[in-house]
Ligand binder design. Structure first.
Ligand code: CDP
Length: 793
């Protein structure tokens, strides 16, 4: 019997099958590319073959003459409409279609609208663009060189490629702590450019009704309401005449937060042709031109006493933002939540500085399955702790245990100003160590190393530990906004006369199972079975405003809104029940699903009875409106801080550098779990992504800025072959400020796992004296790291 079968549909939290799978498993999902509208035309984008080049001329006459082409749009067409440039999420501008120069390979240059997608693609080849190639900036470390070509000469007065400087923490205090420390360990490391690579690429169907002027955008977005507002601001269309529909989405991972030129071109195509226009990018377009993640060059320093008490952390980061600063971060945080780089440790002082630069690469810098650059921060601190352990010659798990924050220190204010809400870190690490049989593994490793030293085995054993704290649920309005939009979420709950309910949410699932878990929250609060609650999301005409789903914010923000709105319904139900039972509301007591008279449990009314009465002719007391519907806008008081202890065990073939993940133990704490089955699925996916980043993924470029990973032949995704059978453990430390005590989980595993895998591989290579090597640790990279280094006994 499976775990699911043991647990019938719960009246609230617990394991249950995903409601949405009924349609997905039968092939009834409805994705953007499934949408077909009457008279619909198809768009295709012409892209730059150069990383950096002046555009001398664009000749579209042959394409226009193609019998099936209805429109050809260039930068010049858009300039005439004042749409050649659009704002990015980070207060920069980005070319919709290039006018003056192209600034990365794959940049959008022209858009063809044709009767079918094949003709649109064919016609691209008929467009003649004359380029004058310019020297590109490919390596961010040379972006600020005196003689570096200036990429953004479209910005008046710009003479270099500098975007921003940002810092956090106390520099002077940190310098003092470092000056007095016994030991300072330093290392340079790169978190390479990677890509979220969702299964479904990005796309849109734009449908501007020429009679009513209403624009309907069916589009792959993680933030339908924010997109609607941006379209209104950019195109000057009235916001109430824009409807953004985000139907079923095949994975987002941050890739579908921003607005891409193709979306705007589809809208302009629909305006010009007065027909709906569909644009769907292909895999190479997705990998080459849509938002990348990471690309941080980091210098870390960690100070400690001789016996391993960590005192301070100091970091310098160079952030490669590509050709346009299109990162998706709350406005006040140009380096996202990198400020959480002090990790899970009790330290005296910390300071970081981050410099952002332009390069001739695709724009973006999205929170790929993480909360705004926290993956980079966690990777840095967890590598640095291992580097310190290496230098001190101590066990990395014991070093962590010694320095982890203790349960009694929560709520804990970090040295960079974040207030961690709750946690018991040592308990989680102890559990992971017990689950993996840590001491036994170390004994096996010692034996293996002896065999290695005697030449009796070429298989190296590595054990990697990582502990992470995530910061999810952006975020409190007073601290956070994106493009000036506060990060509160709305929720509406309608309860029909027969007790069935409809919950309307501003956040939008891309496969995380919201239709199930959010119904479970209502079920937990009201005692209405989850199957009697439909969740409506992904359509701005049908849902309240909110900022969408990314950075694991759905449960922390919209989940809280759902609990609050359900409690409002419950309070309305109390007033109606008091009229039904002819007692004072104060004399009623709630048990899941019904109000009853205190001391007389038999005298009660179910929520279904109350819903019917609320719509009936029952005389209600003065001031009680009837109906049970309620709304709420939830402004989170703080972020939630999930955490976890991960231990990865690898075997490395010393002849080939091939890494095999033998075992992976993940103990996660995301507070109260709504649906443990979904939580575990989220963790499995994130762990696989971590293995991918640690061992096989990088968006590489040659010295001319040519993209070297434009297909899944080169940009590798982990499969079940590279992943072990994950062993999961859990602790539950409720968030004290979240109405149901839940924290986010969607991204924890992606955040914590790369460091665990890399630490494991480097632990295996320790006898060769390898202290650090950068991701991805491909066989070639591992092999290179060992070369010329004798095996030490
Ligand atoms: O924002 P996103 O949905 O990507 O992330 P999330 O809020 O962490 O939630 C991912 C999925 O896990 C959703 O279906 C959540 O409702 C579910 N979840 C849960 O069941 N219990 C938690 N404590 C956190 C999330």
């Amino acid at each position: 019997m499976t775990a699911i079968e043991e647990h019938p549909t719960p009246m609230g939290f617990g394991r249950m099958h995903r409601k949405e799978d009924v349609r997905f498993l039968r092939g009834h999902g409805n994705y953007v590319d499934d949408i077909v509208l009457p008279g619909m035309l198809h768009g295709a984008v012409l892209r730059s073959p150069h990383a950096h080049a002046k555009i001398l001329s664009v000749d579209t006459s042959a394409a226009q003459a193609h019998p099936k082409v209805r429109a050809v749009i260039t930068g010049e067409t858009l300039a005439g409409l004042n749409l050649a440039w659009m704002p990015t999420l980070s207060h920069d501008v980005q070319a919709v279609l290039a006018t003056d120069k192209v600034r990365f390979q794959g940049q959008e240059v022209a858009f063809v609208v044709a009767e079918d997608r094949y003709s649109a693609r064919d016609a691209l080849e008929l467009i003649d663009v004359e380029y004058e190639p310019l020297p590109p900036v490919v390596d961010a470390r040379h972006a600020l060189d005196e003689d570096a070509p200036v990429i953004r000469d479209d910005i008046e007065g710009r003479t270099d490629n500098h975007i921003f400087d940002w810092e956090a923490g106390d520099r002077a205090r940190t310098d003092e702590v470092f000056a007095a420390a016994d030991v300072v360990a330093a290392a340079d490391m790169i978190y390479p450019r990677v890509h979220p690579a969702p299964m479904e690429t990005c796309g849109a169907v734009a449908d501007l009704d020429p009679v009513t002027g209403k624009l309907t955008m069916y589009t792959t977005t993680q933030a339908p309401h924010a997109h609607r507002t941006v379209y209104a601001l950019v195109a000057g269309l009235p916001e109430h005449r824009i409807r953004v529909v985000s139907p079923d989405i095949g994975g987002g991972f941050g890739n579908k937060v921003g607005i891409y030129p193709g979306y705007v071109c589809a809208i302009v195509g629909s305006i010009l042709t007065q027909k709906p226009v569909k644009w769907m990018e292909d895999r190479s377009e997705n990998l080459m031109s849509t938002s990348f993640a990471r690309d941080y060059h980091m210098h870390g320093e960690i100070a400690s006493t001789k016996d391993g008490k960590i005192l301070g952390i100091r970091v310098k980061v160079l952030a490669d933002h590509g050709a346009f600063n299109g990162t998706a971060q709350p406005s006040k945080f140009p380096a996202g939540f990198f400020g959480v780089f002090t990790g899970s440790y009790d330290i005296e002082a910390a300071h970081c500085e981050v410099t952002g630069v332009y390069t001739n690469k695709a724009p973006g810098g999205v929170a790929y399955a993480c909360s705004f650059r926290i993956t980079e921060a966690v990777y840095l601190v967890e590598r640095m702790v291992d580097v310190l352990a290496y230098d001190l010659g101590v066990d990395p798990a014991h070093l962590r245990m010694r320095n982890l924050l203790r349960a009694e220190q929560f709520p804990y204010l970090t040295k960079t100003g974040w207030e961690y809400d709750s946690g018991d870190y040592p308990r989680a690490l102890r559990m992971a160590m017990d689950m993996v049989d840590y001491d036994e593994l170390r004994a096996e490793q010692a034996q293996r190393r002896e065999l290695n030293a005697n030449g009796e085995s070429g298989d190296l054993l590595g054990i990697g530990v990582a502990f992470f704290t995530e910061a999810v649920g952006a975020g409190p309005r007073k601290h956070m906004d994106i493009l000036g939009l506060g990060m509160a979420d709305g929720a509406e709950l309608r309860v029909h006369p027969t007790g069935k309910a409809v919950l309307r949410l501003s956040c939008q699932s891309q496969g995380q199972g919201h239709e199930t878990t959010f119904a479970q929250i209502v079920a937990e609060e009201l005692g209405i079975p989850p199957d009697d609650i439909d969740v409506v999301h992904g359509d701005t005409d049908q849902t309240p405003f909110g900022l969408g789903t990314y950075g694991s914010r759905s449960t922390p923000v919209s989940g809280a809104a759902t609990a609050v709105v359900a409690r409002r319904v419950r309070e309305r139900a109390r007033l109606v029940a008091s009229a039904m039972l002819e007692v004072s509301p104060d004399d009623l007591e709630w048990e899941k699903g019904r109000w009853f008279v205190k001391g007389d449990p038999e005298a009660g009314k179910s929520i279904q009875d109350i819903a019917m009465a609320a719509h009936s002719s029952l005389e209600l007391p003065e001031g009680v409106e009837g109906h049970l519907d309620a709304t709420c806008v939830y402004n989170p008081p703080n972020l939630t801080y999930p955490f976890g202890a991960y231990i990865c065990v690898v075997e490395v073939d010393s002849d080939t550098g091939q890494v095999r993940v033998r075992k992976f133990v993940a103990v996660d704490d995301c507070g109260v779990r709504i649906n443990p089955m979904i939580v575990e699925g989220q963790i499995h996916g994130g762990l696989a992504e971590g293995v991918g980043m640690a061992l096989m993924q990088v968006m590489a470029f040659d010295e001319d800025g040519n993209h070297l990973g434009g297909s899944f032949m080169d940009y590798l995704l982990p499969t079940s072959l590279e992943c072990p059978s994950w062993q999961l453990g859990e602790t539950v430390t409720p968030s004290p400020h979240h109405p149901i005590g839940a924290k986010g989980i969607g991204e924890s595993a992606t955040v914590g796992s790369p460091a665990a895998v890399v630490n494991a591989v480097l632990d295996a290579l320790k006898p060769y004296g390898v202290r650090h090597a950068d991701m991805p640790l491909t066989p070639a990279a591992v092999w290179r790291a060992m070369q010329g280094r004798p095996l030490r006994p």
